[in-house]
Design a protein around this ligand. Structure first.
Ligand SMILES: Nc1nc2c(ncn2[C@@H]2O[C@H](COP(=O)(O)OP(=O)(O)OP(=O)(O)O)[C@@H](O)[C@H]2O)c(=O)[nH]1
Length: 334
């Protein structure tokens, strides 16, 4: 049999809590091709802020459709794509770097450094502050760490609908004294006041680049990408010694069932038969473990049961296949 179907009924084990090595954004892409002629731009924006600052609300506002990943509770080092906004010819990819805040356990502290690495790798960092709360101890810590990061930074004061004007000006001044922000925005993520200015600003500043994702993304694209990233991470955790570079994971089907659970089909692409055997493991043990771990994490994030079906396929020389580039919205470099 060529493909392996994972039965969804298995119990899944507890994930061991090892921090994973920090990938740059964990997106299965080759090096971007030369810019497209129409001056397209694309870039990653790390949105950071203390819990409840309004990050999810803002992303939903900027992306324009309800992005489902709103209440994830997972603390990992991975950078998660939370939403993708198209504005003019720019593709803005909002990422989250969980784990930045309130490290209590030793393990969390180790993760914090990695998470900040994720923010550093972005093209822009946006710090969101709840204007009503102002700069408390937690925000102060973020600011003090942010000031040494060279990535261009902007400040977004959120919840202006419930904050006083004098308060806002004072807060903007205080934060800018601590960190040199290129720009300060004042918005209400809840009612959308001021958010267009943010989009225009980001759209002009992300680098010239082909779009990194297809333009006509389905609304569940962030979820699909996230699910692919999670499975790739699980593959990496178990097999990075044997298969350090290979394999892409594509979420090919995502269906919400009547009972609210999600049926997710993913394909793991490898380049050779020998690699396929490694992914499968003895009697399918490896793929089973990967599937269980991935399923548990996806389910935790979307807060609904997940039936995950993994397939392993050999796709020879996929890096040389123009069709793959097209699917990813990239020009095939000749
Ligand atoms: N009044 C007001 N409330 C807001 C605004 N933006 C967000 N909120 C509320 O603030 C709360 C937290 O918003 P979230 O978007 O979940 O915050 P978050 O930063 O994503 O939170 P975590 O996922 O815990 O990190 C929610 O109750 C939102 O409705 C705003 O502009 N004005």
């Amino acid at each position: 049999m060529n493909d392996v179907n994972e039965t969804p009924e298995d119990d899944f084990p507890e994930d061991d809590e090892l921090p994973t090595p920090a990938p740059r954004f964990d997106i299965p892409l080759p090096e971007p091709a030369a810019p497209l002629p129409e001056n397209t731009r694309a870039g990653f924006i790390a949105l950071i802020g203390a819990p409840n600052a309004g990050k999810s609300t803002l992303i939903n506002q900027l992306v324009g459709t309800k992005v489902s990943i709103v209440t994830h509770k997972v603390q990992t080092t991975r950078t998660i794509v939370r939403g993708i906004a198209m504005h003019d010819a720019s593709q803005l990819i909002f990422v989250d770097t969980p784990g930045i805040f309130q490290p209590k356990r030793r393990l969390d502290r180790a993760m914090v450094d990695t998470a900040w690495g994720g923010a550093r790798d972005a093209d822009l960092i946006a710090l969101l502050i709840d204007a009503r709360k102002g700069i408390d101890e937690e925000v102060e810590k973020i600011l003090s760490r942010l000031k040494d990061i060279k990535t261009p930074k902007v400040l977004i004061l959120n919840k202006i609908d419930v904050a006083k004007r004098e308060q806002l000006l004072k807060l903007a001044q205080q934060a800018n004294e601590l960190v040199s922000f290129d720009e300060t925005f004042m918005v209400s993520a809840l009612n959308g006041n001021g958010t267009d200015a943010i989009l225009s600003y980001f759209a002009e500043r992300v680098p010239e680049s082909p779009w990194l994702y297809p333009e006509d993304q389905p609304s569940d694209l962030p979820l699909r990408i996230l699910a692919s990233e999670i499975t790739r991470e699980k593959l990496f955790e178990r097999l990075h010694q044997e298969l350090p570079y290979i394999s892409t994971v594509e979420t090919e089907n995502w269906e919400t069932r009547k009972d609210g659970s999600a049926r997710v089909e993913q394909t793991i692409y490898v380049e050779r038969d020998s690699q396929k055997s490694i992914v499968l493991g003895k009697r399918g043990a490896t793929i089973k473990a990967i599937s269980q771990a991935s399923r548990a994490e996806i389910a935790e994030i979307i807060e609904t049961p997940v039936h995950l079906f993994l397939f392993v396929k050999v796709r020879e020389n996929w890096g040389d296949d123009p069709e793959r580039y097209r699917e990813m919205g990239l020009e095939f470099p000749r």
